[in-house]
Write a protein that binds this ligand. Structure first.
Ligand code: 5GP
Ligand code: MN
Length: 343
């Protein structure tokens, strides 16, 4: 149900005095008129939301903006209002941008192979919240692992540029915040995050409408797929490890999409006693069978260290990697590393 709004939109821009946006970053953004905004491939709500939010911000400032993502945005965010189409092929760029802004990408490789050449040719701004980001921005870097979402950083950036968090910009920021904080429930949620959420509401954000668009959009196929994943889930290591394996063909069996498995790892974490949740998805890359690994934990249990052993990364309680082995073999190889998490 849509409640009537009780508070008038403020119009004026409130800022959070506890957060400082680097001046070098603002200067780099101001000095370029054609900006390509890129985020990590297979984007989540934070990568997609932060991209859209920065795009709206720069468009409001009169700049030419193009969003780029090697794998495109997921179907479940198809309703998100975007400041430009999402380009997937760099060779189709309608001219060279003056600046590339990389978002939510702990390293440059996560942006995908297609954009690597361009990153060497034009100035790059890197805005990210992953620990260990190597500051690959040639023009400016803003890395803050204490930020729960890159989208929160973009919200502060928009406010530093005196834009109120309203309309499509506010929606995009909100999608980013809820995606990376588990709707303000994970330990990464900060007072500044909740204050920003309050400003979004003051700006007129329709949170119930967004919640319905985010949550109440499952296909029957996704429901059946999750049913199968729940019945097949393995509980290992004396109940401390929850595992689900997904073959490439499984989603098809249920008329589901590959992306429908996204988020299932959170279900495994819900099991009492499970300290590490592990989702292993079979993928094909360059003709080889590989495994996309998603890891989740809680509190002090650090799964980023496990992902890092396999060339991946992420955050303490949410991390991922791609392993050059099929899922069953990946499980055998990764399980000893996972045991270090609780030992
Ligand atoms: P997810 O399991 O949702 O794919 O990813 C969880 C977290 O780990 C996200 O913050 C994501 O950015 C990070 N992550 C996932 N896969 C990789 C990877 O292959 N490399 C790095 N560096 N980080 C990853
Ligand atoms: Mn993120």
């Amino acid at each position: 149900m849509n409640m009537p709004r009780e508070f008038p939109a403020r119009g004026a821009c409130m800022r959070d005095s506890t957060v400082t946006v680097p001046e070098t970053l603002l200067a780099a953004l101001k000095s370029h008129d054609r900006v390509l905004i890129a985020a990590h491939a297979n984007p989540d709500g934070d990568a997609a939301g932060a991209s859209a939010a920065l795009g709206w911000t720069l468009r409001t400032l009169g700049k030419e903006v193009l969003l780029y993502n090697e794998t495109g945005f997921p179907d479940y965010l198809g309703w998100l209002r975007l400041p430009s189409p999402v380009l997937r092929d760099i060779s189709a760029l309608p001219g060279k941008p003056g600046l590339v802004v990389a978002l939510d990408s702990g390293d440059a490789a996560r942006l995908g192979e297609g954009i690597q050449g361009l990153l060497r040719e034009v100035p790059v701004v890197n805005i990210d919240h992953h620990p260990g980001n190597p500051e690959y921005g040639s023009a400016a870097n803003w890395g803050d692992p204490a930020m729960p979402a890159t989208g929160e950083m973009i919200g502060h950036l928009a406010e530093a540029l005196e834009l109120p968090l309203e309309g499509a910009l506010a929606e995009a920021v909100y999608v980013a915040l809820v995606s990376d904080t588990g709707s303000f429930a994970y330990g990464n949620t900060r007072p500044s995050t909740l204050r920003m959420a309050a400003r979004l509401l003051e700006g007129g954000l329709d949170i119930a409408g967004i919640r319905a668009r985010l949550d109440n959009n499952w296909s029957e196929g996704k429901l059946r797929l999750w049913g199968r994943l729940m019945s097949d889930a393995r509980i290992l290591d004396g109940g401390r490890l929850g595992v689900a394996l997904i073959s490439r063909s499984l989603p098809d069996e249920y008329g589901a999409l590959r992306e429908d498995a996204e988020g299932f790892v959170e279900q495994l974490r819900r099991i009492k006693g499970v300290r590490v949740a592990l989702l292993l998805r079979e993928v094909e890359k360059d003709g080889r069978i590989m495994t996309r690994v998603s890891l989740r934990s809680s509190g002090a249990d650090d799964v980023r260290k496990v992902a890092a052993q396999f060339g991946g990364g992420g955050h303490r309680n949410a991390a991922g990697a791609t392993v050059d082995l099929p899922p069953e073999k990946t499980l055998a190889v990764i399980q000893p590393y996972i045991r270090h998490v609780w030992n």
